[in-house]
Design a protein around this ligand. Structure first.
Ligand SMILES: *Cc1c(COP(=O)(O)O)cnc(C)c1O
Length: 501
C-alpha cells in the first residue's frame, strides 16, 4: 500500500480508545498499527480488539499503550504470498503487516488481494478453438497429422507472408530442425543472441555444435550489429566461420534486420530467425519471422497465442519445409514398409493441437492490440517516474509488446529490482527479471562471447536492471491497476529509503 495509506493506519500508543475508533473508521481497513516514537510496531489492533477493549475499559480515554500486550503476526520483506496466506489461515486473520529489519511497518498485505494471482502472461482462448477441437474429435482425427495440421500450416504461412510452414511439437523442436536443415553438424560453430531463453540455444548442443554468444544493442535489446561484425572477424581469423546465426527477436520485437542480415550475407552464412516471442510483430512493414532463411514460432502456454505447447518452422524454400516435415516424423522414406536411411525425430504437431492453433490464429491481431494497450496503460501510469525506462521501439518497428519490460535507472538497480519483484510477489503479482544472458550461464561456461563494445556488456546490464511486468491480453483493467498501484508504492518506498538513508 502507499506510504500515505500506511501512515493513516499507524497510531501512537498515547492515542485513546475513542480516537482510535475514529481513526479506524476513517482509515476503513478494519485494522490499526500501534507504533512507537521510533517507528517500530508494538502491536496490531483490529476492530474486534478495539470493541473488546472498549467493553473492558469503559473509559474512552484509556490509552492504547496500556492495553494488555499481544504478539502480533508480522512478516519481513522476504516472505512470499504462500507463507503470508498460511499465516493468515493459521491465525485466522485477514491482514499482515510487513516490517523492515528494524521492526517498522513498510507495507500491509490484505487477504482479499491474495485470492487472485496475476500472471506474467497467461493463455487467452478465443471463441473458435473448441469448435476446431470438437471437429477433430468428431472426425476421429485425434492421431497426429490430419486436416487441421495442414490448414494451420497454410493459414499461418499466409498470415506472416512466408511461403511454407511445418507444425511441430515445440519452438525448441523447430529450432533443432532448423539447425539440421541449415546443415549444422557436430563440431560446427553457431552464433546466437546471448539475451534469450535457453530454448534458442539448447538445440545447438543437440547438434553437437559450439555456441558463440553475441551481445544486445541498447536500441532494440536484440543482437548488436557491432558485436556480430567483431564475432565474424574473429571467426574468420580463427577459421571457424559459423554454420548459421540464430537471430532472436525478444519480447515481441524484431531485431534490426537491415543491419544484421547484410553482415551474415557478406560472410555467406544463413540466418535462423527465432521469432518464438515475436509472432505478430513487424519490422519495416514485414512480419517478424519473414527474414531468416528459416524462422520459428512457439505456441507455448505463455506466448502471444498458444496451442498449450507447439511450434512452427517457416521458410520460403519449400524443399526445406518438406524436409522438416520428414525429419519431424522419424525421417521415414517413401515406401509402404518402414524404410529409414537417416536419423529422424518425433516432433510433429498433433491434429487436436493444430485445431487450437487455428482458433488462436484468428485472434492473433486482436491479441497484439490488447498487449500493446496493456503496455500503453503502464506508460501512462508511470509518466512521472523518470527512473523507469521502457524497452524502446525504434521508428519502423512494430512490437507486439508480448511482455512489457523496463529497466530501472540509477545506482543499485539490481538490488532494487529484486526488492520490487519480491514486493510484487508478496501481493501475488508475477513479475520476472529480464532473461539471464546465456554467456552468464554455467551451461555455457566456455562459450566465446562478443559484447556490444569492448567493456560494454549490454545484455548483462539489461539482466541486472530489467523487469518484465504482467502483460497478458486477458488481464482486466482493475487487475492492471492492482499491479500499477503496488509498483508505484514499492518504487516510491525505495526512493524514500534512499532519501532517508
Ligand atoms: C519460448 C521460446 C523458445 C522455445 O519455444 P518452446 O515452444 O517453449 O519450445 C525459443 N526461443 C525463445 C526466444 C522463446 O521465448
Amino acid at each position: 500500500m502507499s506510504s500515505a495509506d500506511l501512515g493513516l493506519l499507524c497510531v501512537p500508543p498515547e492515542l485513546t480508545l475513542r480516537d482510535a475508533l475514529l481513526r479506524m473508521d476513517q482509515a476503513g481497513r478494519g485494522i490499526l498499527l500501534v507504533v512507537d516514537s521510533d517507528g517500530t510496531l508494538t502491536r496490531t489492533l483490529t476492530d474486534g480488539d478495539l470493541r473488546r477493549a472498549i467493553i473492558n475499559h469503559a473509559g474512552d480515554d484509556f490509552p492504547l499503550g496500556q492495553l494488555p500486550s499481544v504478539r502480533s503476526v508480522t512478516v519481513n520483506e522476504d516472505a512470499d504470498a504462500a507463507r503470508v496466506l498460511h499465516l493468515m489461515d493459521h491465525h485466522q486473520i485477514d491482514h499482515v503487516p510487513v516490517l523492515d529489519p528494524r521492526g517498522r511497518p513498510i507495507d500491509m498485505i490484505f487477504r482479499r488481494e491474495l485470492s487472485q494471482r496475476i500472471w506474467l502472461s497467461s493463455p487467452h482462448l478465443g471463441d473458435e478453438e473448441t469448435a476446431f477441437v470438437e471437429d477433430a474429435f468428431k472426425t476421429n482425427w485425434i492421431a497426429p497429422l490430419g486436416p487441421h495440421v495442414n490448414a494451420f500450416e497454410a493459414e499461418l504461412a499466409a498470415h506472416v507472408g512466408v511461403g511454407h510452414a511445418a507444425a511441430v511439437s515445440s519452438g525448441t523442436a523447430a529450432i533443432h530442425l532448423g539447425l539440421l536443415l541449415l546443415g549444422v553438424k557436430p563440431g560446427d560453430t553457431v552464433f546466437c543472441s546471448s539475451l534469450t531463453f535457453v530454448g534458442s540455444c539448447n538445440p545447438i548442443l543437440y547438434c553437437g555444435a559450439r555456441p558463440v554468444f553475441i551481445d544486445s544493442e541498447p536500441a532494440t535489446w536484440n543482437m548488436s550489429p557491432d558485436a556480430l561484425e567483431r564475432a565474424f572477424e574473429w571467426a574468420k581469423r580463427e577459421n571457424c566461420l559459423p554454420a548459421c546465426v540464430i537471430l532472436v527477436n525478444l519480447y515481441g520485437q524484431s531485431a534490426d534486420m537491415d543491419a544484421l542480415i547484410p553482415i551474415c550475407e557478406k560472410y555467406g552464412v544463413p540466418v535462423l530467425e527465432d521469432a518464438a516471442e515475436s509472432l505478430g510483430a513487424h519490422y519495416k512493414g514485414r512480419s517478424s519471422g519473414a527474414f531468416g532463411r528459416v524462422a520459428v514460432y512457439s505456441f507455448n502456454g505463455n506466448k502471444i497465442i498458444t496451442t498449450s505447447g507447439g511450434g512452427m518452422l517457416v521458410a520460403d524454400d519449400s524443399d526445406l519445409v518438406v524436409r522438416a516435415r520428414k525429419l519431424s516424423t522419424q525421417a521415414r522414406e517413401p515406401a509402404p514398409h518402414y524404410e529409414h536411411v537417416e536419423v529422424g525425430f518425433n516432433y510433429r504437431m498433433s491434429n487436436v493441437l493444430a485445431g487450437i492453433g487455428r482458433g488462436q490464429l484468428r485472434v492473433l491481431d486482436q491479441r497484439v492490440e490488447q498487449r500493446r494497450r496493456v503496455f500503453e496503460r503502464y506508460v501512462e501510469a508511470f509518466a512521472d517516474f523518470p527512473q523507469i525506462n521502457w524497452m524502446p521501439e525504434p521508428e519502423g518497428y512494430r512490437s507486439t509488446r508480448w511482455l512489457t519490460c523496463f529497466t530501472l535507472a540509477g545506482e543499485n538497480a539490481s538490488t532494487k529490482c529484486r526488492q520490487v519483484m519480491n514486493s510484487l510477489e508478496r501481493h501475488l503479482i508475477e513479475a520476472r527479471p529480464v532473461w539471464k544472458p546465456m554467456h552468464l550461464q554455467k551451461l555455457f561456461d566456455n562459450a566465446p562471447y562478443f559484447p556490444h563494445q569492448p567493456n560494454n556488456d549490454i545484455s548483462q546490464k539489461l539482466f541486472h536492471s530489467g523487469i518484465c511486468l504482467p502483460s497478458g491480453s486477458n488481464m482486466s483493467e482493475p487487475e492492471q491497476d492492482r499491479v500499477i498501484d503496488h509498483l508505484r508504492n514499492v518504487i516510491n518506498t525505495l526512493e524514500d529509503h534512499r532519501a532517508s538513508a
